[in-house]
Design a binder for this molecule. Structure first.
Ligand code: F6P
Length: 549
């Protein structure tokens, strides 16, 4: 048995569950007129309504007790203090230092990291100002109009998601492009849209060894040099963001054009570091600072609020309730905001790469579920696609409904319709529709007898389906910073409860290793590497199809 399942609070929650699983939220609301008020919380510009969950005061008490028994208070302090909590890589985990706006010292191996953080931020600021103001000129003395960010995973999704989310704050002259896929189609289509004289390429890679990124960067460099006809012009059009100075230099980018970050910044937690360069270029230094400020507000709240009034802790522990007790293996991110359309993909990596683990910190296997499958889409589109399953399917998938109170589209009439749908969905998921209500409705439409009864079971909604409603005052850099940090900390808390390492990702390595060998085989440089018969047949088929090319 794992340490977690032996905790008294873990067992006590099972005892509570035996009774609580029979509760219907409809009754919980009916018996407590204050429920919506009591189960809501505001932090900075974020408001969370968590009342539409299958929880009672006893559930929350039990969950908070579990958090304490699992050592959350100590682990939380350890992260903020820069202890090496990423034990399998012997690294600190300090994305909080990147937005430590109070500048209080944070030590790693006895060295305060804040001077380095501030110095890179200052360099980024200077560089972005030069590009945005038009002072930085390309090789034909023209200002930069297009930025192509080349990266993948955490070195792509964060900047891409934030730049899409904050488009209304973007520089009017700057067009942002993101290339992550090694399928040449993405780079090819991007290069069709840009001109070498006015384009800046940012090669983003923590390790600077990632095959997809380096392949795309190399092709982009060749494309550029073939047009500029001058290797020296590269210095005006290529910059790198990495922790690996040597590899950047070997690739052919002057380290003077490199923005640094450090091994204590995890890839999926890196948008606050120099990896955020595309964000700062697009939004400007002031707005990037606002993004950091928003995250810092959430960091302070997370570090200091009581667990009972702590937004990341509440979201995490309510998540644990569904994952480990109800057996709900998926969680939906449904932003009701077109600008947030990449948020589900971003949170998917953040959560699934962090907590998709089956080994406890001491090396023993887990004997409980860990990260749920995170998926989603803009809520309004989801309503017309997969919400059917969420309402009447057999799975329980908690849903985060995310929107902002103020209109960002500025088209009259749209926002009320959007928000009406958010609130209606949350209500429908909670209440459902009883057989009695269906009968009344059908009778009012003139149906009766067998025809009416035959339809009733199909039109019943069980309800009791959990949602969290997250309202932002408006979608701006500060509130987005708080929202992202909220999810980062939620994921951290769940990792602590499960006793796993949320900050490594060994599970991505095997495929990378095998791909290297297979790549050599596809290129005809290697024959007969040991594979199963299926893999061998697939390789043969590819080689036959491409023979003579
Ligand atoms: O393969 C997974 C991964 O290592 C992610 O964790 C990371 O965000 C991504 O690849 C990109 O890595 P890098 O920034 O080193 O290119």
């Amino acid at each position: 048995m794992s340490a977690l399942t032996q905790l008294p609070a873990w067992q006590a929650l099972w005892d509570h569950f035996a009774d609580a699983k029979h509760h219907h939220m409809r009754d919980l609301f009916a018996s407590d007129p204050q429920r919506a008020e009591r189960y809501a919380l505001e932090v900075g510009g974020l408001f969370l309504d968590y009342s539409k969950n299958r929880i009672t005061d006893d559930t929350l008490r039990g969950l908070m007790q579990l958090a304490r028994e699992a050592g959350l208070p100590t682990k939380l302090k350890a992260m903020f203090k820069g202890e090496k909590i990423n034990s399998t890589e012997n690294r600190a985990v300090l994305h909080v230092a990147l937005r430590n706006r109070t500048n209080s010292p944070i030590l790693v191996d006895g060295e305060d990291v804040m001077p380095k953080v501030n110095s890179v931020l200052a360099r980024m600021g200077k560089f972005c100002h030069a590009i945005r103001s038009g002072e930085w000129l390309g090789y034909t003395h023209q200002p930069i109009t297009d930025v192509v960010s080349i990266g993948i995973g955490g070195s792509d999704l964060g900047p891409l998601m934030v730049c899409s989310a904050l488009k209304p704050f973007g520089h009017p002259r700057m067009n942002m492009h993101f290339v992550s896929n090694v399928d040449g189609a993405q780079l090819k289509e991007t290069l069709k849209k840009v001109h070498p004289e006015t384009t800046l390429f940012i090669v983003e890679s923590k390790t600077f060894t990632t095959q997809e990124t380096l392949t795309n960067a190399l092709t982009a460099r060749e494309w550029f040099v073939a047009r500029a006809r001058d290797e020296k012009a590269v210095a005006k059009h290529f910059v790198a963001v990495s922790t690996n100075k040597k590899a950047v230099a070997e690739f052919g980018i002057d380290p003077a054009n490199m923005f640094e970050f450090w091994d204590w910044v995890g890839g999926r937690y890196s948008l606050w570091s120099a990896i955020g360069l595309p964000i700062m270029l697009y939004l400007g230094e002031e707005n990037f600072t606002e993004l950091l400020n928003g995250a810092h507000i959430m960091d302070q709240h997370f570090a200091n609020a009581s667990f009972e009034q702590n937004m990341p802790v509440l979201l995490a522990m309510i998540g644990i309730w569904y994952i480990n007790y109800y057996g709900g293996g998926s969680h939906v991110i449904a932003p009701y905001d077109q600008y947030l359309h990449r948020l589900p993909a971003f949170i998917q990596q953040l959560d699934m790469e962090s907590n998709g683990k089956q080994t406890c910190l001491d090396g023993s296997p887990v004997d409980f579920e860990t990260a749920p499958i995170i998926w989603g889409e803009t809520g309004i589109n989801g309503q017309h696609a997969f919400f059917q399953l969420l309402h009447q399917g057999t799975h329980i998938s908690p849903i985060d409904l995310i929107c902002s109170l103020q209109n960002s589209s500025s088209l009259p009439g749209h926002h009320e319709i959007l928000l009406a749908n958010v609130f209606a969905q949350a209500e429908a998921f909670m209440r459902g529709k009883t057989a009695e209500e269906v009968r009344e409705e059908l009778a009012a439409q003139g149906l009766k007898g067998d025809a009416l009864e035959a339809l009733v079971p199909h039109k019943v909604f069980g309800g009791n389906r959990p949602t969290n409603t997250l309202l932002m005052d408006r979608l701006d850099p500060r509130n987005l910073g708080s929202l992202i940090a909220l999810y980062e900390h939620k994921i951290f808390v769940q990792g602590v409860i499960w006793g796993i390492n949320s900050f490594d990702q060994w599970g991505v390595e095997l495929g990378k290793q095998l791909a290297k060998t297979i790549h050599a085989e596809l290129a005809g440089k290697l024959d007969d590497a040991p594979h199963d018969s299926s893999t061998k047949a697939l390789i043969r088929r590819y080689r036959r199809a491409n023979a003579g090319q």
